[in-house]
Design a protein around this ligand. Structure first.
Ligand SMILES: C[S@@+](CC[C@H](N)C(=O)[O-])C[C@H]1O[C@@H](n2cnc3c(N)ncnc32)[C@H](O)[C@@H]1O
Length: 375
């Protein structure tokens, strides 16, 4: 953790100022330390990352407390949904320990940034790069490996903050610590250690639907956005009946597995995706099938199955394990809500947001770029 990060942080909830005490440092980074405010609660810096997790979500800190002779942690605020959230964290802590280079390899980047352009409604990578130039304070919520946090930090003169609840925070830190304008925090997006109305741009890509309540998660990050600032989020879209049936049926079974067994269980599904994709076959439906949400027209066979019957991801840019991880990411997390565009539009209307666009980047996701109204 870079020491200047402390000046941007505050205690979650009470928003008190924070001071840092350094125990161990390496170059410019505090590797172990403690963050204090006027309240008796303290927050550790572990492996270079300040940790604001509370209650059930907090790792066991007895060793740290003894090592640095710190007082016992006072009784603290605990969300009712903390247990549920901690189940989802197991999926992502495991995933981002295994796939630390996801999105950082050049073979991944063409696919990922072409997709980001579509999600933001841009036609070129240059437009995406120029977009980030204009913000001073940027937040990525749920960065995973941190590949996008890194990309943003490399393309802005502003400061880029990343908040992840799982051990992904350590992977993001390792992948971005060399960048002088990049700061990583481990926290629940529901209780972020930042002042309200602070960030000029916030991105939560594939994150909000993995919390116990997508709408509440959206409201929590929106609170941190400055009026006039922009926010991008991507959430899963509710698909047709057959796909919903398979998703539910498989998830009921796969969410019960430990991560290792779930990766194994996904392999057949990944192979199916690969073989269908390599068929490179198309069919034309002259009539739609409204009951399943399938439009008329020419369909790639793998995509037709993927979108309408069974998530069986395959992309030749990735190796087998990475493709399998994308399928694992769908079937294993305890929380993975799906939404309709009408529902999401309702959230925006409730907040009086008028300036927004839904970008049609892919059939099974909802990509929203909005501007917070200035009162
Ligand atoms: C599917 S991954 C997406 C990672 C990255 N945005 C990407 O597109 O590759 C979801 C990420 O959100 C994080 N996450 C889930 N719930 C969160 C919460 N309540 N607060 C902060 N991060 C959360 C997970 O730990 C995980 O790293």
């Amino acid at each position: 953790m870079k020491t200047e990060l402390a000046s941007y942080l505050c205690t979650p909830g009470t928003l008190d100022d924070i001071e840092i005490t350094t125990f161990q440092s390496e170059a410019e980074e505090v590797i172990e330390g403690v963050l204090n405010s006027s309240s008796p609660v303290w927050y550790p810096v572990l492996k270079g990352v300040p940790c604001f997790l509370q209650g059930t979500l907090r790792p066991n800190l007895n060793w740290f407390q003894e090592k640095y002779n710190l007082p016992s942690i006072a009784e603290e605020f605990e969300r009712e949904s903390a247990k549920e959230q901690s189940l989802t964290n197991e999926t992502f802590s495991d995933k981002w320990r295994r796939f630390q280079n996801y999105g950082l390899e050049s073979s991944h980047q063409e696919f990922l940034y072409e997709w980001y352009c579509k999600k933001f409604g841009f036609s070129t990578l240059e437009e995406l790069q120029a977009f980030y130039q204009k913000f001073e304070y940027i937040l990525e919520v749920g960065p995973g490996s941190g590949f996008n946090t890194k990309f943003i930090a490399e393309n802005t003169p502003g400061k880029v903050f990343a908040v992840d609840i799982s051990e992904a925070a350590f992977t993001t830190f390792e992948n971005t610590k060399h960048l002088p304008n990049c700061y990583v925090v481990q926290a629940d997006l529901m209780d972020m250690p930042f002042h309200d109305n602070f960030f000029e741009f916030i991105i939560a890509d594939g994150v909000l639907h993995h919390t116990p309540d997508t709408k509440k998660a959206f409201l929590a990050i929106y609170q941190k956005l400055k009026p006039g600032g922009q926010l991008f989020f991507y959430v899963y879209k509710k698909m047709g009946a057959a796909r919903q049936f398979c998703d539910q049926y498989i998830r009921e079974s796969f969410t019960q597995l430990d991560p290792e067994s779930c990766y194994k269980a996904c392999e057949g599904i990944t192979e199916l995706g690969r073989e269908l994709s390599r068929l490179n076959a198309k069919i034309t439906l002259t009539q739609p099938i409204p009951v399943l949400g399938i439009p008329a027209g020419t369909h790639d066979v793998q995509r037709l199955l993927y979108y309408n019957f069974l998530k069986c991801f395959w992309n030749e840019a990735f190796d087998f394990e990475t493709n399998n991880m994308v399928n694992f990411d769908w079937y294993h997390p305890h929380n993975a809500w799906q939404h309709t565009e009408d529902e999401v539009e309702g959230w925006l209307r409730e907040l009086g947001i008028k300036d927004y666009q839904f970008n049609p980047a892919n059939p099974n996701g909802i990509s929203v770029l909005l501007t917070k109204p200035v009162p």
